[in-house]
Design a protein around this ligand. Sequence first.
Ligand SMILES: Cc1cc2nc3c(=O)[nH]c(=O)nc-3n(C[C@H](O)[C@H](O)[C@H](O)COP(=O)(O)OP(=O)(O)OC[C@H]3O[C@@H](n4cnc5c(N)ncnc54)[C@H](O)[C@@H]3O)c2cc1C
Length: 568
Amino acid sequence: MYDGIALYEVSARVEEEPAMVLEQASHSALAAVAPTAVVIGGGPLGLNVGIALARGGRRVLILESGAATARDAAQDFAADELLTPDTHHDPTITTARRLGGAGVLWGGRCVPSDPIDFTDRPWLGLKAWPVGPQDLDAWLGPACTALGAGDPVFSDPIPGFSPSTDTFTTDRLERWTNEPRAHVLHRDALKSTDGLSVALGITVTGIKRDAANRASALSIWSEAEGAGTLPLPAGCDVILAAGGNGSTRLLLNVQADSPQLFGGAYGPLGRFYMGHLDGQIADIVFDNATLHDAMDFYIDDHGSYVRRRIIPSADIQEAAGLANIAFWPVVPEISEPTHGSGALSAVYLPLSYPALGRRLIAESIRQRHVGHPPYRRLRHLRNLITDPLSLMTFAPWFIWNRRFAKYRLPGFFLKNPGRRYGLMYHSEHLPHADSRVTLSANRDRTGLRRLAIDFRFSGEDVASVLNAHEVLDDWLGREKLGRVIYRTPPEGRADLVLSEAKHGNHQEGTTRMGHDRTSAVVDGWGTTFDVQNLHVVSTSVLPTSSQANPTLTAMQLGLRLADRLATA
Ligand SMILES: Cc1cc2nc3c(=O)[nH]c(=O)nc-3n(C[C@H](O)[C@H](O)[C@H](O)COP(=O)(O)OP(=O)(O)OC[C@H]3O[C@@H](n4cnc5c(N)ncnc54)[C@H](O)[C@@H]3O)c2cc1C
């Protein structure tokens, strides 16, 4: 999101030279690698897990469907069928079929899951994950390094701020990556790690199994040779890291030929599709200057930009029956020229031209912030003229800190004397079996069936968001910290939450981890219940969605699995 304002997908704007030159390998050349681990997918998770496995002594082959840069022909593989366009973005803008994956689009916001996410939450009917936070702790530092987000420090109490109750915490941090593109961040490791090969333009279309139900060969496809087979040497592990939807799609295609796999046709595979509910239904006014001043982005002593989130405590989540949620203040909607700010209009205007805006930020984020036509560009131009000072001070400051400074500025938060802001929420999307992906009848050029995406929010999701606003307003008032000012009367708020709710960037839940094969696809290591040498490293293994953005937790899980496989 452009939260406050996070221009964080600007990294996607310039098509850079490939970080490395990789040969388009023939099918026989791939077989000659004789890998002891194959990673399917060259996004942030696949690349980092591949590097970790190679450093651990495995001979690793990463198979990436796309090229080193964006190509329409490869991106077409992501053109899944969208049954619910009101709730889910077009899948071709929430994925990137290229080296680096959606890392060329992502916000770079790194947030660990909270202890409460791992536990039984009877008030929501949720069961504990098969792993606890203590199982993942050792991989928090490596995951931050893998994502270029500094040290694993996620708490920073506000000096001089001590409300009498801890109904909400204000000291929890999100860390922002300094380089969102994993293939650029790890350019040297990808070039020079012994035992690591990366093949571009190779799409995996199937997983063959032997009599012992181990993955024994991969069906592959390339533009040059069409369909082929990559035999897997004995002892080889397959790590499926093809993105949340890409990984689920491949498993569903495998299941179509072997319906008993992965919990069977009525089992968990493809179900419980989650993202987050985010948006604004209210403003926040800060009466407390210390809290207000602590809400901006800053560089801490641990190597990246950070920002505070306002999060309800575990106790109040239970007492009020809430799903997990985070709040933070944001600048006024940039599309709304009544803000009068030359700086905000200067951000808005280029984004309002689709061809230009797409080069500046990820398309799903652009659409969210420019809104629908008619674009009131003349009103925005007037803001540039009537408020030149903010424009002149903002533009050089932003460009310098975004492009040239040591730490990459993720966005900006323009303070105002009235201390009134939009109140952004980022709420857990509860797992519902009928929010799901299935196989469509349509196939792509490789012959693989595409997904049909049926992504749903529920009344429970909406009620929790509304309830959390009430609890926050109550706490702010009791502590004399500020207040929540709604944008609509009570009867219109549920509809407003629903109208704001649209996702698909965070692809969670559809290969969920759990305790057994009837309720889950993988165990707490990410290993599939049904095929012992097939593992999934993806946000899609997360069984609940937290208030946290998912990539950091998925990276912890992936690096933990890599360490286990390296020593196996
Ligand atoms: C606009 C946007 C903003 C986001 N912001 C954040 C954020 O701030 N914080 C956060 O935590 N997360 C964020 N995310 C999510 C984040 O980008 C993903 O969680 C992350 O990229 C997942 O990494 P991955 O490697 O699992 O998958 P991907 O990045 O999707 O990469 C998968 C790779 O697999 C390849 N592939 C797919 N199928 C096959 C196949 N069959 N054979 C071979 N290769 C295949 C693809 O080409 C791709 O390169 C955002 C996403 C988007 C779109």
